[in-house]
Ligand binder design. Structure first.
Ligand SMILES: [Zn+2]
Length: 438
């Protein structure tokens, strides 16, 4: 389940790890002469890094990626201005500072794109029995699970059944998937390998920031604590805000540092399970709805592009051409997952923050923290509605070999079906693309 963060919405809603709301920014700007507009816990952009991308992209390709992938919801005209031979990108509005990105005159004259990850085409051809040989894959099991699952609101329990904790389910899939991928020749690392946080911070470290955020957003005297889990005002408390700053913002930013500075993978696979609104976690509503979709980075909202750091990270990602690799990869994995899970594609109820991309019908572009910050191709998987009756029965059955009869159908364990379908998608993609030249 990916999560959308909007602290003002008190009722339960579908959650996607959206990176920011415009509500946060001004706090960090106070007292600076040329106010920097940075998203929550964001890093100051290093615009000079973009100098390495001078003349690495043509005007046509740049315009296509801005218009059809990253800026699909429009944005203020001064943020990115595409001229004939260069793009003018706003660095700081108060200071009226711009970065000039010079285009390559043509595809044949463009300079090579600097990057640490390797495209499928640039990997050397592999033997048939080891189609992923040499490929560096990092697995990112979503959320934390364990004792953190209730805090993360990734926990529910039906009657006396085993509690369902998304962070535990994703780690289980990651372990099975790692074994399969290593057998196929890949070098596999984990962005998270236990149910302990990657970040060294804890909610108490964010109490002061949480208080400032609440005051800034019209809660002049925020309460310290939540009264009970059903407290309708819980999102206006310092506790709730400081917890989300810990388990979402701080945790995912720490994972990004791990991916970018230590693991250096060729791609990251983010593993999640989806859900429909379940209401009371102790008495959750169950559904017959079940579906699958995958996400790649893109589809930034206009207010997200106002943040100097998000705009910078978007441009850096665009210039790295991660999209050129992650879109066909996501499409191929989606096709394998659809084939093996027999799940229909998920349809977002609105198009405010997503854009359907690719050819499979299962892939959307969306600006999530992980898909934006991990500096390599990222495929974010969202199969299975955890509180659908069918999926719940399969989760309760646990992991097993072979098949078992579940609700009248012979089924693989849901964990193996998930892991196998992702692995098969990777094999499909890399067997075709491997070593075919760049
Ligand atoms: Zn999730």
């Amino acid at each position: 389940m990916a999560t959308r963060f909007n602290w003002r919405v008190v009722a339960w809603r579908r959650r996607i790890v959206r990176t920011s709301t415009c509500l946060f920014a001004a706090i960090f700007a106070a007292g600076l002469q040329a106010a920097e507009n940075i998203s929550v816990l964001g890093n100051k952009p290093r615009w000079n890094v973009l100098e390495h991308y001078q003349q690495t992209i043509t005007r046509d390709e740049f315009a296509h990626l801005v218009n059809d992938v990253y800026g699909t919801h429009g944005f203020a005209p001064d943020l990115i201005e595409i001229k004939n031979d260069a793009a003018r990108i706003l660095m700081n509005r108060d200071a009226r500072q711009f970065f000039t990105l010079r285009f390559a005159a043509s595809d044949s004259s463009r300079k090579s794109v600097p990057r640490l990850w390797r495209t499928a085409k640039s990997l050397s051809p592999s033997k048939e029995e080891k189609p992923l040989s040499g490929l560096k894959i990092a697995l990112d099991p979503g959320h934390l699970g364990g004792k953190w699952a209730k805090m993360e609101e990734r926990w529910f329990q039906v009657d006396q059944g085993k509690p369902v904790q998304e962070g535990d389910l994703t780690l289980r899939v990651a372990r099975l998937l790692a074994t399969r991928l290593r057998d196929l020749g890949a070098k596999v690392s984990f962005v998270r390998s236990t149910d302990e946080p990657t970040t060294g911070k804890r909610p108490d470290d964010f109490r002061e920031l949480a208080r400032k955020i609440l005051i800034k957003n019209g809660v002049p005297q925020p309460r310290a604590d939540i009264l009970d889990p059903a407290d309708p005002e819980k999102e206006h408390t310092i506790r709730w805000q400081s917890e989300i700053l810990f388990y979402r913002y701080s945790e995912i930013r720490r994972r990004a540092a791990l991916v970018n500075f230590k693991l250096h993978p060729d791609l990251v696979i983010c593993l999640h399970f989806n859900a429909e609104g379940w209401g009371d976690p102790n008495n959750p509503s169950l559904t017959d709805i079940n579906h699958l979709h995958l996400l790649v980075n893109g589809s930034y909202m206009a207010q997200e592009l106002e943040f100097d750091d998000e705009r910078f990270e978007m441009i850096r990602r665009l210039l790295s051409r991660a999209y050129k690799e992650e879109l066909p990869l996501a499409d191929t994995i989606a096709a394998a997952m659809a084939r093996e899970t027999v799940l229909p594609p998920y349809a977002y109820p609105t198009t405010n923050s997503t854009t359907k991309v690719g050819a499979s019908g299962y892939v959307y572009a969306r600006n999530l923290l992980a898909t934006r910050l991990y500096r390599c191709p990222v495929v974010y998987c969202e199969p299975y509605v955890m509180n659908s009756k069918d999926v719940l029965a399969r989760i309760q059955a646990g992991d097993y070999e072979g098949t078992r009869n579940i609700n009248g159908v012979e089924r693989k364990s849901i964990f193996r079906e998930y892991a196998d379908s992702v692995a098969d998608g990777l094999v499909d993609y890399y067997s075709k693309a491997h070593g075919s030249g760049d």
